[in-house]
Design a protein around this ligand. Structure first.
Ligand SMILES: [Zn+2]
Length: 68
């Protein structure tokens, strides 16, 4: 599990208000996670191996190990 650093977002990450965009480390898909729409977080819509949850204070990303 890793967390986005709001002051040190990478080129493939964004975080604004209740929404964050992250890049799946398994397939490279960039996807959005919203605190309002995805109360239990959201998995990568392409491969499902990366799961992100956003709260008021943090964006947590869990990546399934062992994926190509
Ligand atoms: Zn993916």
């Amino acid at each position: 599990m890793r967390f986005l650093d709001k002051n040190n977002l990478s080129l493939k990450e964004d975080w604004y208000g209740n929404n964050a965009a992250i890049c799946c480390s398994s397939c490279g898909k960039v996807f959005l996670v919203s605190q309002i729409l995805h109360r239990k977080g959201r998995a990568c819509p392409k491969c499902g191996l990366t799961h992100a949850t956003i709260s008021r204070t943090e964006v947590a990303i869990s990546e399934t190990p062992g994926s190509p």
